[in-house]
Design a protein around this ligand. Sequence first.
Ligand SMILES: N[C@@H](CCC(=O)N[C@@H](CS)C(=O)NCC(=O)O)C(=O)O
Length: 213
Amino acid sequence: MLEVWGRKTSSNVQALMWCIGELRLPYRRHDVGHRYGGNDTPGFLALNPNGTVPILKDGDGEPLWETGAILRYLATRYGTGPFWPADLDDRTRIDKWAEWSKINIALNFTAPVFWRVVRTAPADRDEEAIRAALRALEVKLDIAEAQLEHHAFLACSEFTLADVQFGHVLFRYFDIDIPRGEHPAVKQYYDALTKRPAFIEHVMVSYEELRVA
Ligand SMILES: N[C@@H](CCC(=O)N[C@@H](CS)C(=O)NCC(=O)O)C(=O)O
């Protein structure tokens, strides 16, 4: 049985939970972090000295943190076929896009855009910083757009781990009140993700508890 520590409104927890859902693995999840607290206790810090979520424990295995590493662990242990291929070259092609998504999409969206729009009071919003962050993000989305014009999914024609790292950001990107560039292939891809049961359950989660009014 997998054990997960992390509130369902954390984007990193969402990526992990979506992966667990796609792989149809049994799990137990504990709400930790942000308004739930619990991530600064000695017990939690013994599991993850960073005090961040998510943490995954698989049975008696050691506690894992860093979402990218956890996703690769789950994919390697439980994933098959195109999701996380056994062949090193094929797998690295997927991993390249997964890593690219974390560094270029998730990191360019979550703190620079989402936090500034949703987790900042309207009176304190730095509109110029938001515009600059969106410009940086849109350049990266142009790369995803070019890729998705020719593939049904980010790394290839099949759903892979790269889609988990990329796609989990898109619910908030398309849901929050921001101007968005023209990326019809990304939008079509996102619309297809919103039909996946595990995406609906673990990613399309209200973020109202995070909002600063
Ligand atoms: N690099 C880490 C970042 C983890 C992280 O920053 N998690 C956030 C939530 S997305 C967190 O723990 N925030 C503190 C909190 O929720 O209280 C990862 O990819 O797992």
